[in-house]
Design a protein around this ligand. Structure first.
Ligand SMILES: N[C@@H](CCC(=O)NCCCC(=O)O)C(=O)O
Length: 252
């Protein structure tokens, strides 16, 4: 049995069309390492019956994106520093996250996805964090080579006793870094799982989650086959999704 994981699409305009799409790296990591079938959910917002969708999938994965959650979603005015936006993705991901957490469906939120998780549950986001005193530059290296942009960039400190620690081990984990925003106010119901040396929140989990519900600010999908912590995260997500699918089948 191949469990199904919903992946919310980004909206992109090219070749004079409006596309709903997701980067191949996330889909490959889900298929190859997690062992699940990723199925794109178009960013059609509240027209989607999220309750019905969640009866037909065994997990939800939220990808990273160059776009940012619109600041109005967390009560702040928009500025150039918050752009670019993808409001169709916001309108789809945020209610889906709330429904997913409520239903106890396994959830893996990556980069923008972790920021969406925080906003969906009532938190806020800081933008252009590298301009803050004491905060390092977490943006991707300037390069045309994706492997250079997604290269390991810094260490994070995984909290002992955390969900993340049960997957990657507690202590130091080396990660890549491609973000200029980060969690500002932590949402109620989220727990910090890992931080960078400058205090930036790098991983969270849903405090009273019925199962796997983790967000990471880095990109484990890119090296999921070769990097041990990245592989461990996708394998753990896949195992949680399979267990959920089996329980759902037994209950049917
Ligand atoms: N845009 C937000 C979210 C970070 C994120 O998802 N980054 C992925 C970018 C992929 C790329 O640059 O190729 C932020 O900047 O914090």
């Amino acid at each position: 049995m191949q469990p199904i994981v919903a992946v919310v699409a980004d909206v992109r305009e090219f070749e004079k069309y409006r596309w709903h799409a997701a980067p191949d790296t996330y889909l490959e990591a889900a298929m190859t390492v997690a062992g699940v079938l990723p199925v794109l959910v178009p960013a059609l917002g509240e027209r989607i019956d999220f309750t019905n969708l969640l009866t037909r999938v065994d997990g939800v994965m939220l990808t990273g994106s160059k776009s940012n959650v619109h600041p109005q979603r967390y009560g702040q005015p928009a500025s150039a520093g918050h752009e670019p936006f993808d409001e169709a993705r916001d309108a789809t991901a945020l209610p889906l996250i709330r429904a997913t957490v409520e239903a106890g469906v396994p959830l893996f939120a990556i980069c923008r996805g972790m920021q969406e998780l925080n906003v969906a549950l009532g938190g806020s986001i800081a933008t252009e964090i590298q301009e803050q005193d004491g905060i390092d530059d977490h943006r991707a290296p300037v390069s045309d080579d994706q492997a250079e942009r997604f290269a390991i960039a810094h260490g994070v400190n995984v909290k002992p006793g955390s969900c993340m620690a049960s997957i990657t081990g507690a202590g130091r984990v080396d990660v890549n870094s491609l973000h200029r925003q980060a969690i500002d106010t932590l949402a109620p119901g989220l727990r910090i799982e890992a931080t960078a040396d400058d205090g930036t929140i790098e991983a969270v989990s849903v405090t009273d989650a019925k199962g796997f519900a983790i967000g990471v600010q880095w990109h484990p999908e890119y090296w999921a086959r070769t990097d041990t912590p990245s592989r461990a995260l996708f394998e753990a997500f896949g195992n949680a999704v399979r267990a959920y699918a089996e329980n759902r089948e037994l209950a049917a």
